[in-house]
Design a binder for this molecule. Sequence first.
Ligand SMILES: [Zn+2]
Length: 295
Amino acid sequence: RAGLGEYAFPVLIVNGMQPGPRLCIIAGVHGDEYEGMEAVRRVLHHTDPATLRGAVVGIPCVNLAAFETATRSSGIDGLNLNRIFPGDATGSLSLRLAATFLRTVIREVDALLDLHTGGGFGEIAPITIVQSGYETLALGLGQAIGHELLWMGGKWGGTARISALEAGKAAVTVEVGGGGGCRDETIAAHVDGVRSAMRYLGMIAGTPTMRQEYRIVSGTFDRATSGGFFLGRARPGGECGAGQTVGVIVDPFGDERQIIDAPHDGLVLWIRRRASIQPGEETVIFGRVERVITS
Ligand SMILES: [Zn+2]
């Protein structure tokens, strides 16, 4: 770019022949989460305007400045776009990006699906994040994604999801896969979730993938106390019992520096896939099943 170009985000729009809701699907809020980016393109390229009710607005990569550096946060100002909403139209690039996205896109749509993955160095179970306190607006949409795990959460603020909800739009975050690649099965999981949500919203024919039961989970992050080589001994979505070893950190000779045991019965929501680890970095996100709900 060398100061010659303008920063922008790509937008694909399919306008249906029939009236209906306007759904925005975004990916690439984090620049190292690739499968959602391809899923947005596939959904938009394969949505037929002749049969679509409403409109689909797809943004395959919101945060190109993070994609270009293959990082979670922006390569320009170092900010995590999903912690700084609603942004600031006079701030640094990421702050302007958040403000511009809200002003030009969110204001114009009725619902938002924010597609994520476990990031460049970890893999996450299929899970839909529904913001606590906004169940009336978003729980049905979250259930319609079809993932059995619902994380009622994110106590942290500054997400695109919260800003959209505060604007009165149904909005959920969808997580699956990750680890730095772009695997077909993860792309397909995102595409299936989006299509099911479109059926729930009445935009395309068919019935959404509603499950009889959903597990509501909360998550706790385990962080390394020692640097070294991380070896995972669990898979995302797998059950774990209290005290069960789900990962170890070894030194260059293979001697154990740290053993990561499950703090309680539950499941592994996310596990590190990058072997190199520094003190303070995430090893595992443990999930506790808080309750089970029916659709
Ligand atoms: Zn993300």
